[in-house]
Design a protein around this ligand. Structure first.
Ligand code: ZN
Length: 348
């Protein structure tokens, strides 16, 4: 039962919505933009529920939905006749027919029993130009009761005529510390894991939640640290065999793989390595375990820092940047990884 007080950070967005709720000055069109997993729809639904609530309440200095009235009950069960989600038939695009049938031809019908008629358009960047033009007609002459909330991970996909008629509310990256606290307090994730997931999520709450519950990530993390700890005793073919075993795509993810390597896992593998060397630098400088991202690997980190130098670690990090660029520019992934891992082996 989510409310404004459950939203982590995003103060600017909350303030804007609270202001609209307080003054009743609600815009006819909003764009909420942010990465996948950042919580756009979560916030849009909190806003929609509060707008429609029949007896809004003041809680913790926020105007919130009462969660008890007829409208709230309908919104909470995703069954509100005046909160309409525009789903699309084709997975890859929102076509002109989707917008015409579900929105443009529908807006003239007054709300059933609420003050507003709210349309939520997820994945708005998938609207074709024709669909955007159909939407524009409504945006130009909106009936007084309508509120359109477009959600998007790519604001640049919209015609300027669309963006200029919407209030654009960008999602901001959430602070690592806020995510860590949230995972610990609300999801009962243990402290070292919460810290790790918060660091990897780079401000994206959905990503952090996914990582916290993803066993594959845990395996990848342990496997990667183990590989690094054994590098000095391994030949390159052995190293690459182990990398391939770590990064092998699951059956359902076969299509997102290149030469037997799952590209999403590869991104995480690179991040794990970078954070691990960051930890080595931190531990070398402070000899304290409490600020480490991989605090569960402290015994390895301790022993590794005794052998390596600052210069060595910095060379490794530079090496990794080169490898990342090579991978992004589509050179042979195996070759880029081989060179990078040899560089790590030499400098550790
Ligand atoms: Zn209510």
């Amino acid at each position: 039962m989510a409310d404004f007080s459950d939203i982590i950070d995003q103060n600017q967005m909350k303030e804007h919505m609270q202001n609209a709720l307080k003054t009743g000055k609600v815009s006819h069109a909003y764009i909420i933009s942010g990465e996948n997993g950042s919580g756009k729809e979560y916030i849009a639904r909190i806003f929609a529920k509060a707008l429609q609530c029949e007896k809004k309440v003041n809680r913790n200095e926020n105007i919130e939905a009462c969660n008890e009235c007829h409208s709230c009950v309908q919104a909470l069960s995703d069954n509100h006749p005046d909160i309409i989600t525009i789903n699309h038939e084709k997975p890859g695009s929102i076509g002109v027919d989707d917008i015409r049938e579900k929105l443009r031809d529908d807006v003239s019908i007054r709300p059933y029993e609420s003050d507003y008629k709210i349309y939520i358009i997820p994945e708005g960047e998938k609207m074709t130009i024709a669909a955007q033009n159909a939407l524009l007609k409504t945006l130009e002459e909106p009936p007084s009761y309508i509120v359109i909330i477009i959600l998007t991970s790519n604001i640049n996909a919209f015609l300027p005529t669309i963006t200029s008629r919407c209030i654009v509310l960008p999602m901001k990256p959430v602070k690592d510390d806020s995510i860590r606290k949230y995972l610990m307090e609300e999801c009962h994730v243990v402290d070292y894991k919460a810290m790790l997931c918060a660091s990897f999520a780079r401000g994206n709450v959905g990503k952090a939640l996914e990582l916290a519950s993803n066993e594959r990530f845990e395996e990848l993390k342990n496997g990667t640290v183990e590989l690094v700890s054994k590098l000095s005793g391994l030949e390159i073919y052995d190293i690459m065999d182990r990398v391939h075993a770590l990064l092998a795509p699951s059956e359902e993810n076969e299509k997102n793989s290149k030469k037997g390597i799952d590209t999403a896992l590869l991104d995480e593998f690179m991040d794990i390595l970078l954070f691990l060397f960051r930890d080595l630098l931190v531990y070398k400088a402070t000899e304290e375990g409490e600020h480490l991202i991989f605090s569960d690997k402290i015994s390895y980190i301790k022993s590794a820092t005794q052998k390596c130098t600052y210069d060595g670690i910095n060379r490794i990090i530079k090496n990794m940047e080169t490898a990342k660029n090579r991978i992004n520019s589509n050179v042979n992934i195996d070759l880029a990884l081989e060179l990078m891992l040899l560089g790590i082996k030499e400098n550790l």
